[in-house]
Ligand binder design. Structure first.
Ligand code: NDP
Ligand code: 8X3
Length: 255
């Protein structure tokens, strides 16, 4: 297997789990994120466990120049093996009524989830085209399908990801590039710690009383989507905890 997957946001959560899942199945990796020490540690761990090579690229997806410099630095022998981009880097910041929203939180979400995904995609798509095939997996969210109280701007940013998945599919079909949108419900990662700005109690309360998804559930789903035969594309996958019927309808046991 000579395929390489480029995964954004591999320093935690879904991205880190995808790195393990793909490497354990023989894929080489390009892992990215802002926390360089985590990237270095993940590279060492994966290369010691599996017979694959891992390239680390430390950048902020919100900075288009840095994104381009990082992607341009990929050596040509690695470039020619890149067949999969997993656009996973993203975040929610804050949750509350729209009129009480904090402008900086809105900008962080829109700049990361929408503009960052666009910058990385624009930089990587030429590689997929050159290589004659490929796949983009966009990690959207159930928040990109349905809006819930206090979710306003995060939901809007993920609706944008959902729309961009559809748009990419249309614009790239003639290049044989598959586009898969994955829309998870509640999953226990660092997501809620980030959303609630380090408030551990607020983060824990999101996952109390039911079994949320775990990062491995998403990684296995992404791997399944990436390993369908050439004539098959999984366009859109909604994956939820069994106890979550919709973003705001959770069946919680009595505490
Ligand atoms: P985590 O917080 O655990 O991981 C987020 C990852 O994104 C980290 O690796 C982080 O790396 C990276 N990231 C964030 N901002 C930037 C940035 N500006 N530049 C580069 N990398 C960045 O969250 P999850 O794994 O849960 O989230 C992954 C994706 O899944 C997100 O897009 C999220 O919206 C989505 N999602 C999450 C769900 C959940 O319930 N957990 C459900 C549905 C979708 P670093 O900080 O090192 O830069
Ligand atoms: C994360 C899931 O429901 O908290 O995208 O928005 S949710």
């Amino acid at each position: 297997m000579n395929s390489t997957a480029l995964i954004t946001g591999a320093t935690a959560g879904f991205g880190e789990a995808c790195a393990h899942e793909f490497a354990s199945n023989g894929w080489n990796l390009i892992i990215t994120g802002r926390r360089e020490e985590r990237l270095t540690a993940l590279k060492s761990e994966i290369e010691s466990k599996f017979d694959v090579s891992v390239l680390t690229l430390c950048f902020d997806v919100r900075d288009n120049d840095t994104v381009n410099k990082a992607i341009d630095s990929i050596p040509s022998d690695v470039r020619s093996q890149v067949h999969l981009l997993i656009n996973n880097a993203g975040l929610a910041v804050g949750k509350g009524p729209i009129d009480e929203g904090i402008i900086d939180d809105w900008e962080r979400m829109i700049d990361t989830n929408v503009k960052g995904l666009l910058y990385v995609s624009k930089a990587v798509i030429p590689m997929l085209k050159e290589n004659g095939s490929g796949q983009i997996i966009n990690i959207a969210s159930i928040a990109g399908k349905q809006v819930y109280p206090g979710g306003n701007v995060y939901c809007a940013s993920k609706h944008a990801v959902d729309a961009l998945s559809q748009a990419m599919r249309i614009d790239l079909v003639s290049h044989g590039i598959k586009v898969t949108n994955i829309a998870p419900g509640a999953a226990e990662t660092e997501f809620s710690i980030v959303r609630f700005k380090g408030d551990q109690n607020a983060a824990d309360s999101v996952y109390n009383g039911y079994q949320p998804l775990v990062a491995k559930d998403i990684a296995e789903t992404a791997y399944f989507a990436a390993t369908r035969p050439p004539h098959v594309t999984l366009n859109d996958i909604v994956i939820m905890p069994t106890a979550q019927a919709s973003p705001a309808v959770l069946y919680k046991s009595e505490v």
